[in-house]
Ligand binder design. Structure first.
Ligand SMILES: Cc1cc2nc3c(=O)[nH]c(=O)nc-3n(C[C@H](O)[C@H](O)[C@H](O)COP(=O)(O)O)c2cc1C
Length: 412
């Protein structure tokens, strides 16, 4: 069969003797509509683009979903078996799938996404919505892409739970960078390769800014979380020893800078909602989700009150040694941010099912000079994309989302 590729796929060239990857690059241009060679390839080792006629030692690695390496627990709603002959989903099902997608976390709950669904081709499209951009805290739009990646993961889980197999493509149109992904419903799912088991956590996962117990996380749960990230091509490591102290210090330093930075304060003011706020309560972080003020402990939970005192807000003692995990990727492209978002959500859903609560500790990632030192220099980690805090404690509360009809267009 002749080779076929899409823009964004990876071309991998293996050594004919050892089978090891000799060179890899991203396909950035096609010369034939059907995806056959040659390709314009940007090589990862030099960042140069060359025209490539792949030989027998080369193969394509798709950007989107790959066959899962192992079977996941089932938990399907199974309705696609009844839909199997149907040409499209009902409007109610489309809306409910998008509602599941929008239960995802996003920085400051800014919800920087829009969805389209085409009935004819059974395709969901996820678009970035720049109204949810944070110009001061996230000028490169990295966090925006991570939030959209998390929504994409939820959509994939919900589609699988609905009983459909789907093909996901990241950045499917090179001339439309705001089109972040397409999810095409191909056919009803078989029993294999099914992320539907994560579905019960889609609506029960919340960010919890409460103290967690200093209980160990069992090794089996830790390895399940490493596996969850790995399935989305992202590395996850638990931070320990001197590195834990270092990561905490970097986050505290970032948090201190945030408290005196007018731009960060402006982003925060736009997206926090105190009880007397008259703006629509369908976005942003509501006061009830701020969590208690930290009395003691070294947990750098972001202070959504911006250092201001809020009448009636309790104080609490947080952990001395929080469980922090870092998610990292070998490169730092938009596609890596989208993968990180999917990995973050996959890890959070898996953690929720394992009885863990979680919050984000991303402050140091938002300052250029503090992001690089976050990595563990003794590991192969390249670009840290996310810092999460995990533990056993209160679940956190549901926060509002914009209504689905505000973020979804259904095309015939
Ligand atoms: C990229 C990204 C960065 C975030 N950074 C923080 C953070 O530093 N501190 C925090 O408490 N929450 C952080 N959050 C969590 C959001 O505030 C949270 O997802 C949003 O308010 C919605 O609430 P929910 O997660 O409970 O649904 C972040 C989320 C994303 C996706």
């Amino acid at each position: 069969m002749s080779m076929r590729a899409h823009v964004g796929d990876q071309l991998i060239v293996e050594s004919p003797t050892t089978g090891a990857t000799e060179r890899d690059g991203e396909i950035v241009g096609l010369h034939h509509d059907d995806g056959t060679p040659p390709y314009d390839v940007r090589w990862s080792d030099s960042d140069r683009i060359t025209l490539v006629f792949p030989g027998p030692d080369a193969h394509i690695h798709p950007t989107g979903d790959e066959p899962e390496p192992q079977r996941e627990e089932t938990g399907r709603r199974g309705s696609a078996t009844t839909h199997s002959g149907a040409r499209s989903l009902s409007e109610a099902v489309v809306m409910s799938l998008v509602e599941d997608a929008t239960a995802a976390p996003s920085m400051h709950n800014a919800q920087p996404w829009r969805f389209e669904y085409s009935r004819r081709s059974r395709v969901f499209r996820l678009r970035a919505d720049l109204r949810g951009a944070l110009p001061h805290s996230d000028p490169e739009l990295r966090a925006l892409h991570i939030g959209c990646g998390a929504a994409l993961m939820n959509l994939r889980v919900a589609v699988a739970h609905e009983g459909w197999e789907a093909a996901t493509r990241l950045l499917p149109d090179p001339v439309d960078p705001m089109l972040l992904a397409s999810v095409t419903l191909t056919r009803p799912l078989g029993d294999e390769a099914d992320p539907a088991a994560l579905y019960p956590a889609v609506r029960t996962r919340h960010t919890s800014r409460y103290p967690f117990a200093e209980t160990e996380i069992p090794a089996s749960v830790r390895s399940a979380l490493v596996d969850a990230a790995h399935r989305e091509h992202v590395s996850l490591s638990f931070v320990s020893g001197w590195h834990l102290q270092y990561v905490v210090d970097l986050a505290l330093e970032a948090e201190a800078r945030n408290l005196t930075d007018p731009g960060v304060a402006a982003d925060l003011a736009r997206f926090t909602r105190t009880t007397d706020d008259t703006r629509p309560a369908t976005e942003g972080v509501p006061e009830y989700a701020f969590g208690p003020r930290r009395r003691i402990g070294k947990v750098p939970v972001r202070d959504f009150a911006g250092g201001k005192s809020i009448p009636g807000r309790p104080a609490a003692d947080f952990e001395t040694f929080p469980h922090l995990v870092l998610l990292s990727t070998s490169r730092d492209r938009i596609v890596d941010w989208l993968r990180t978002g999917q990995a973050v959500e996959r890890v959070l859903l898996r953690a929720t099912l394992a009885g863990l609560s979680a919050s984000f500790v991303t402050q140091a990632l938002e300052w250029h000079d503090l992001r690089w030192p976050l990595r563990d220099p003794t590991s192969a980690m390249a670009h840290v994309q996310m810092v999460l805090r995990l533990g056993y404690g209160p679940r956190g509360r549901q926060t509002p989302r914009r209504p689905v009809h505000d973020v979804l267009d259904i095309e015939p």
